[in-house]
Write a protein that binds this ligand. Structure first.
Ligand SMILES: Cc1ncc(COP(=O)(O)O)c(C=O)c1O
Length: 454
């Protein structure tokens, strides 16, 4: 990669018109979700037009990619072709292990020894004996006895629900639970219900209504230990007691805190002491563990066997590949070591600096301290313009809008690593707070007019 400085913008002038068509701010992904018409090909075209126009204006927050490694300072290319160089807060490398020597050498050795490919799915003989150690290690880390590996975290969530829930069962999800959980539930049963985000009274009401109506129905409650769009968590004690009271099973997705929060990085669920009462703990290796992949950990062998027997995502998808397994094992080893302890301390201190720096500049930051720092923005038009401004001024982050959060509650997601330094955090706080304030000044009127239907 060429020498870069954050804030350097390459080739943006010729492709980013400064005047903004209202259509680019008014419409969002959700407006294109249900196109009508019998021609399935033609009805995609308005979406393409909108994506291309928003991308050319630098306002489309998706499909940006890295040109080079996703480092602390990275060069990225927007879908519209703009190049930006910035301090990177959009990499899910929570412990900064992506280039850790132990991870690199383990992945390289596995690549040389076993090749780049897995032979097939695990049930079809594609498993690798050396991954059995990873199963034991990850199960032990989260406090359960058994684990099943999946090629991605998404397939672990989807595959567990689809594998374990039958059409006559009910699933009750936190309204903001991850897409893999929502779709997994939908694929398994029509009896999919929601409770208000992290609201245990709402969960209780929902569970009792279901139990009163169907005394024998199996119910699975599904939530996350740390929500990545809000950096908040459910009250684990209450979650467990509500499930117990009606005889419901419980699944918790620990993707965003495992490795980085709690004693030895074992996560918030472990820290709460409630992990033993959770039937299904699933997570991802793409956040703290410098790779990609997912797992399901269970207390009982029976549930792990059942998922192995009946999950399409597990049975009909090739097994994890050797360098992936080796990288995950090495990253898990670091996470459990004294080095891991130091990395966690650094990760949290930097996240706290960034939170405080933003708050001291008048920006509301959502949730609790974690690797995820979530400055609240509000109306989508404001967020889109502020997002563009952040990129142009050398800060790479993600803009989160409906349907990933509620309408009118757009926010930025900044993922902090132990490798970020104080100067970068100060710069980021300046750029982000100025971008949000400036966009509010110029686009709040637009947002209000939109809310009135003007
Ligand atoms: C809560 C949650 N679960 C599962 C996943 C899927 O994990 P992966 O990206 O490793 O497939 C994600 C990814 O963003 C997530 O946020």
């Amino acid at each position: 990669m060429m020498h870069m400085e954050a804030g350097q913008r390459v080739g943006v002038d010729e492709c980013a018109p400064r005047s903004i068509s209202p259509r680019l701010l008014e419409l969002g992904l959700a407006d294109f979700r249900d196109p009508r018409g019998s021609n399935m090909v033609a009805r995609c075209e308005p979406f393409r037009e909108w994506v291309d126009a928003a991308s050319e204006a630098g306002l489309f927050q998706f499909l940006r990619h890295h040109d080079g490694a996703p480092d602390r300072v990275s060069e990225v290319v927007g879908w519209g072709g703009q190049r930006y160089v910035g301090i990177n807060f959009a990499s899910q490398d929570y412990l900064g292990l992506a280039r850790h020597p132990a991870v690199l050498s383990a992945a390289e050795a596995a690549l040389r020894r076993f090749g780049a490919h897995s032979a097939g799915s695990e049930p079809m003989g594609g498993g690798l004996a050396f991954a059995k150690a990873l199963e034991r290690e990850i199960a032990d880390y989260v406090g359960h006895a058994h684990a099943v590996l999946f090629p991605t975290g998404w397939s672990a969530g989807f595959g567990t629900l689809q594998g374990i829930v039958r059409p006559y069962d009910a699933v009750v999800l936190d309204a903001l639970a991850h897409n893999c959980l929502q779709l997994g539930a939908k694929s398994a049963t029509d009896a999919v219900h929601h409770f208000a985000h992290n609201d245990m009274d709402s969960l209780r009401k929902r569970l009792h209504r279901l139990r009163d109506a169907s005394p024998d129905q199996a119910i699975l409650v599904v939530t996350e230990s740390l929500f990545s769009m809000d950096s908040d968590s459910p009250a684990f004690d209450r979650l467990v007691s509500e499930c117990r009271e009606v005889g419901a099973s419980l699944l918790v997705d620990v993707a965003h805190d495992l490795g980085v929060l709690g004693e030895q990085g074992r996560g918030l669920l472990w820290e709460s002491g409630c992990h033993k009462d959770v039937d299904f703990i699933m997570g991802s290796f793409s956040k703290s563990f410098a790779s990609i992949g997912g797992f399901l950990a269970t207390r009982e062998k029976g549930t792990s066997y059942y998922v192995r027997g009946f999950s399409g995502a597990y049975t009909f998808s090739n097994y994890l590949i050797p360098p992936q397994i080796a990288a995950i094992r090495a990253a898990l080893g670091v996470a459990r070591s004294d080095d891991g302890e130091a990395l966690r301390r650094d990760a949290l201190s930097r996240a706290t600096w960034l939170r405080e720096a933003l708050e001291s500049r008048g920006i509301r930051v959502l949730g609790r301290p974690s690797s995820l720092v979530i400055p609240f923005v509000g109306p989508e038009p404001v967020a889109r313009v502020a997002y563009r401004s952040c990129l142009e001024n050398g800060v790479i982050l993600n803009n989160i809008e409906y349907p990933a959060c509620r309408r009118g509650e757009a926010r930025f997601r900044m993922q902090v690593t132990p490798l970020h330094v104080q100067d970068e955090i100060e710069t980021a706080a300046n750029v982000v707070s100025a971008a949000i304030k400036d966009a509010r000044l110029h686009y709040s009127g637009f947002a209000k007019a939109r809310a009135r239907g003007a």
